[in-house]
Design a protein around this ligand. Structure first.
Ligand code: TMP
Length: 206
């Protein structure tokens, strides 16, 4: 089973994911956690280029192709082989991040992006996607307060991040059978409980 976590900046995905994975392992499931961009040696090298604050000249199409290149390597080297071995793969961001950030955020044509995503993923999409939804201002403030990594994309304007959030909500509304929305403004433990409830109800179904 392939499960992805998505959300705007500061939604807490990356802190919630390892705790969720441990809980699932304690329940006896074979869990592999990974993230995008990244997840393989080659993909991590691409991540470094994408997040480099010096790369201000990066064209939006270059950015898209780098995310896709990173993802292709990740899918073919790691995700697909693990799914074939019946592992549960929990991934922090995936193709929906490209639609939300590059598509809705940068206003790149969504049908074109979807074709590129089909090509780069070889048609591999998640069984379940959880959106950790949060007001943009709250998320960016959390990132600043936590002193976490401040990357090239965090530095974009507030309006960009608002389009990203709205984009996520549209994507979730278009495919309600795949998406679940968790309110990420709740206290940390409540968000974790909501994530567990969502995943548990999917596992029981399968
Ligand atoms: P994160 O590791 O903090 O989630 O940062 C990843 C950043 O990369 C985040 O700002 C979202 C962005 N991103 C895209 O713009 N497109 C993509 O396809 C992916 C995977 C991430």
């Amino acid at each position: 089973m392939f499960i992805t976590l998505e959300g705007p900046e500061g939604s807490g995905k990356s802190s919630q994911l390892p705790i969720l994975a441990e809980w699932l392992r304690a329940k006896g499931h074979n869990i592999y956690t990974t993230r995008e961009p990244g997840g393989t040696m080659i993909s991590d090298q691409i991540r470094t280029i994408l997040h480099d604050l010096e790369n201000t000249a990066m064209h939006p199409r270059t950015e898209i192709l780098l995310y896709l290149a990173s993802r292709t390597q990740h899918v073919e080297e790691v995700i697909r082989p693990l799914l074939e071995k019946d592992m549960i793969v929990l991934c922090d961001r995936y193709a929906d991040s490209t639609l939300a950030y590059q598509g809705y955020g940068h206003c790149v044509d969504i049908p074109t992006l979807k074709k590129l995503l089909d090509f780069s993923t070889g048609g591999l999409y998640p069984d379940l996607t959880i959106l950790l939804d949060l007001e943009v201002e709250v998320g960016l403030e959390r990132r600043i307060q936590s002193g976490g990594e401040w990357n090239r994309l965090d530095a974009y304007a507030l309006a960009f991040h608002k389009r990203v959030r709205e984009g996520y909500l549209k994507l979730a509304a278009e495919e309600p059978q795949r998406w679940r929305i968790v309110d990420a403004a709740q206290p940390f433990d409540d968000v974790q409980k909501a994530l567990r409830d969502v995943i548990w109800s999917e596992l029981v179904k399968n």
